[in-house]
Design a protein around this ligand. Sequence first.
Ligand SMILES: *Cc1c(COP(=O)(O)O)cnc(C)c1O
Length: 717
Amino acid sequence: MAEKLAQMSIHEKLTRLARNLWWSWDPEVTDVFRLIDPELWEKVNHNPVLLLKEYSPDRLEERAREAVLHTRIHWSYRRFQEYLTAQTTWGSTHAGILGQGPVAYFSAEFGIHESLPIYSGGLGVLAGDHLKSASDLGLPLVGIGLFYHEGYFTQAIDAGGWQRETYPRLEAVELPLVPVTNADGPIVVTVDTRTGPIHARVLHLNVGRVHLYLLDTDIPLNTDADRALTARLYGGDQRTRIRQELLLGVGGVKALKALGILPNVIHMNEGHSAFAPLEVIRQRMQEDGFPFDKALRDTASRCAFTTHTPVPAGHDRFDQGLIEEHLGPLGDALGLDTHGLMGLGRVDPQNGGESFCMTVLALKLCRIANGVSNLHGVVSRDMWKSLWPWRSVEEIPIGHITNGVHVPTWLAGQMRVLYNRVLPEDWYQRTGEPEVWSGFESITPGELWEVHSTLKSRLINYARKHAVDQAKLRGEGAEVVADMEGLFDPQALTIGFARRFAPYKRADLILKDLDFLAKLITDTDRPLQFIFAGKAHPADDRGKQILQHIFQLTRKEPFRGRVLILENYTIEMGRVLVQGVDVWLNNPRRPLEASGTSGQKVVLNGGLNCSILDGWWAEAYDGKNGFAIGSGRTHWNQDIQDARDGEDLYRVLTKEVIPMFYDRDRDDLPQEWIARMKRAIRTLGWRFNADRMVMDYANNSYVPAAGGLSCSIVSMP
Ligand SMILES: *Cc1c(COP(=O)(O)O)cnc(C)c1O
């Protein structure tokens, strides 16, 4: 083995590294890829498969010698092998039962890396982080999703401030995706509908130790319309939507079967995949001869469901025609007529006026359900209490596991150096343990501030470069372009706001009083500057108007040069932003932010959250680890709530955030501010990370479900 490794060319080693997205959260390997050809690395959107295409083995050999990379490549590859083959892991110790059959984790989107843009926002990034932590922990888990060859979309903003969407085509062969084959050739799964079958091939992706399978309908067996079925994430009409969800759920279970994978647990990440248990039930009836009821009970005890949406309109609903067309054949096999099928997706099965709701279906077909923060658990229990009319609201069997973020993905390199110095040597593998983070106390304010300032400069340079590029693309004059080069003041308090431009997130709350905002921004001693980013869903005109409103402001005095929108928010841009801002602003309309995770990424890197007490922040804020907008109350009248929150946002900025940031000692250090940064990292880092989250899922959801137990109320320990 050792000999073989030594013989393997560096081209071969790098090719293997490029075919497992593990590299994307290992800074050493990421560095090696970049150093091979820094310019090309940017051009190929950090995709090493494309990078290596440009390098023959000989040319790569030469380049590696030039850049003195041999030792680093060999070392990277060795660590990669060690990672893949480690015998004792958290998962093997704590979730041994999953060794008999993994968790199958279903999600409509996965945000793993910018080179694979099959995510729209937090839900997808959460799913990506979940896979990475499951891999790091050695938890047996496979992911199931769809391959969108046009992704979500690429965003540009035109001269009028209106969002324009384009859909560049992704090629599986240019990504670390491989069609799965068996002895008979490529595996194809087929899902029947009343109007004909839908076929899909199965693409495989390595995410560390985790396998992710993505279904893709773009194959010649399908009609042209169905070839395009999986083209776009959240694209098309209701019929497209149900067909995609049918493929994800039913097709996903069939794919597992074809792959010979027998999952012990089905985890539905949001309701999109809620058809999955129906196919499992069908298989149990057919293979074990179970009657429907018994197959349902048996299946439900092994299904877990995570709901993410406190907005009623955010839950997929389908009318009877679409259900009959798409679930009809499966209903025949289950012995259910249309009425019986509809009943599974209705709160009241007898209510003929009720449409079919995917969340209702998921809740009826699982025995373990959770929301994604403490507050969201409360909201969800209230929202779905009519499904259990005989129970009091506290007894509604929907618990919560608060979301977390994958530390190695979101931690800046320079911060990692600090972590390495003050935390235990193996902190990397123990981020879910509170003691591990206590070493942060020994960091001196000066060094933390220095690292933060470096990261902030990097953000400002990134913003300038991006702003210049987007101004040129928009066809702006030389004067505007030149303006962009000198954008922002590296010393000024820099506030970031980036997330999907869904209206409830209220990106424009800060614009409530423009005169007041202008005063804050232009204060000569204590200036403020803002960076916005985010995509509106292509069909969301309200979201686009909010974007336009902010865009128009960025061109007006005195906001010009001090307020910027960065176009096309991606995971890459997210990293630069969360690693470099002083303050991360989050002002959703409470309680509509189920959890939110971007603020957790900011915490790891020393930024401070200034947020409505909603989602994760409602349980994280302790008075000294960031800033709170509002008092955690809501008003039935939305306008009043918006007005109050807007006022309180200005109050927090002027009374707390700005004075503290600019209160400097003799060394120009904001001591109280830095104390908050330290406190945030130390008190929040261990709780709001994805290792802790996945361990909670394992302990409270996966292991009980694998044992066929029903354990209904899940809470964070
Ligand atoms: C983390 C992340 C999100 C989620 O942001 P929230 O503020 O939690 O909604 C969305 N998009 C990208 C690219 C992210 O990295």
